[in-house]
Write a protein that binds this ligand. Sequence first.
Ligand code: HEC
Length: 111
Amino acid sequence: MRLKNYTAAGVFALITALPMAAMAAGDPAAGKSKSAVCAACHGADGISQIPTYPNLAGQKAGYTVLALNAYKNKQRSGGQAAVMQGQAMSLSEQDMADLAAYYESLPAGGK
Ligand code: HEC
């Protein structure tokens, strides 16, 4: 009985901790300077010119950080994910937060 309560508490802690972890403070200006390499595939304004590559402009920063972490630790694999695994490998938590803040700040419809 007590174990069940601990499990529920653990699940609750995990659910509440995940969004918090994604909220590491990002600096959009720093993200912009780090985004030069990303622009080749995702567009200078976060709108991809390649039909099969995703737009990043206007995306929620929390989601972008989760996605980048998932590529880095290879939770996201298959399909085109291999392309991004290579990109995410060298990114620190701060890089991800900065990049995510930058892309969130861009208009989803392009400039
Ligand atoms: C060589 C091309 C290329 C480069 C460079 C690149 N990406 Fe990507 N990116 C892709 C492709 C292709 C996908 C789709 C992968 C998939 O299917 O999971 C993607 C997916 C993503 C996603 C997930 C989008 C979503 O909606 O789930 C994010 C976030 C992302 N890239 C961020 C970045 C950032 C930040 C950089 C720069 C550090 C970067 N990418 C550099 C090609 C690239």
